[in-house]
Design a binder for this molecule. Structure first.
Ligand code: APR
Length: 172
């Protein structure tokens, strides 16, 4: 599956893709980090649509329009808060990637960009999170033709190094 997984160090709100994934919280009513950046770039209509969704459990995903973003859609997923790794965090983070990918495939989306879910405020160790992100995404793409391309969008050098290592390990 060479070429279907790429790594980019940039602001995810600038990407011209079919959907960007938002690292949201269970209220879906916005926050800081990438959630705040996406809502600022998309404008108030995004929050209005999110209000109608009634929240989202950890590990699940919901899709909205992108409004003022270049991305046509936003897929909101809620990552686990890191509590040391023995409270089901790995399984919940894996579920975020699977749920988001399944929604993208269901909607026929070709290009999807993920931020490093849970690697900021939620405190997930980037090296462990990146391994889960890459493994789950690679497994999904092996079984599905859509999305055609997934872009891991990182915003700092520590997380970038973690994804670099995870992608090298995955691509052998
Ligand atoms: N583009 C790409 N990545 C970004 C951007 C951006 N514009 N802004 C931040 N990031 C990166 C962070 O550097 C981090 O590596 O996204 C990753 C996820 O960090 P957070 O945004 O803090 O998300 P998370 O750790 O999942 O915590 C979610 O934070 O913002 C609140 O409402 C959100 O309560 C929720 C919690």
């Amino acid at each position: 599956m060479p070429g279907r997984l790429t790594l980019l160090e940039t602001d995810i709100t600038r990407l011209d893709v079919d959907a960007i994934v938002n690292a949201a919280n269970s209220s879906l009513l916005g926050g800081g980090g990438v959630d705040g950046a996406i809502h600022r770039a998309a404008g108030p209509d995004l929050l209005a649509e999110c209000r109608r969704l009634g929240g989202c459990p950890t590990g699940e995903a919901r899709i909205t329009r992108g409004y003022r973003l270049r991305a046509r859609h936003v897929i909101h997923t809620v990552g686990p808060v890191w509590h040391g790794g023995t409270a089901g965090e790995p399984a919940l983070l894996a579920a975020c990637y699977r749920s988001s990918l399944a929604l993208a495939a269901l909607h026929g989306l070709r290009r999807l960009a993920f931020p490093a879910i849970s690697c900021g405020v939620y405190g997930y160790p980037p090296d462990q999170a990146a391994r889960i992100a890459v493994a789950e995404t690679a497994a999904f793409l092996d079984r599905n033709g859509l999305p055609a391309e997934v872009i891991f969008t990182v915003f700092d050098t520590t997380v970038r190094a973690a994804y670099d290592a995870a992608l090298r390990q995955q691509q052998g």
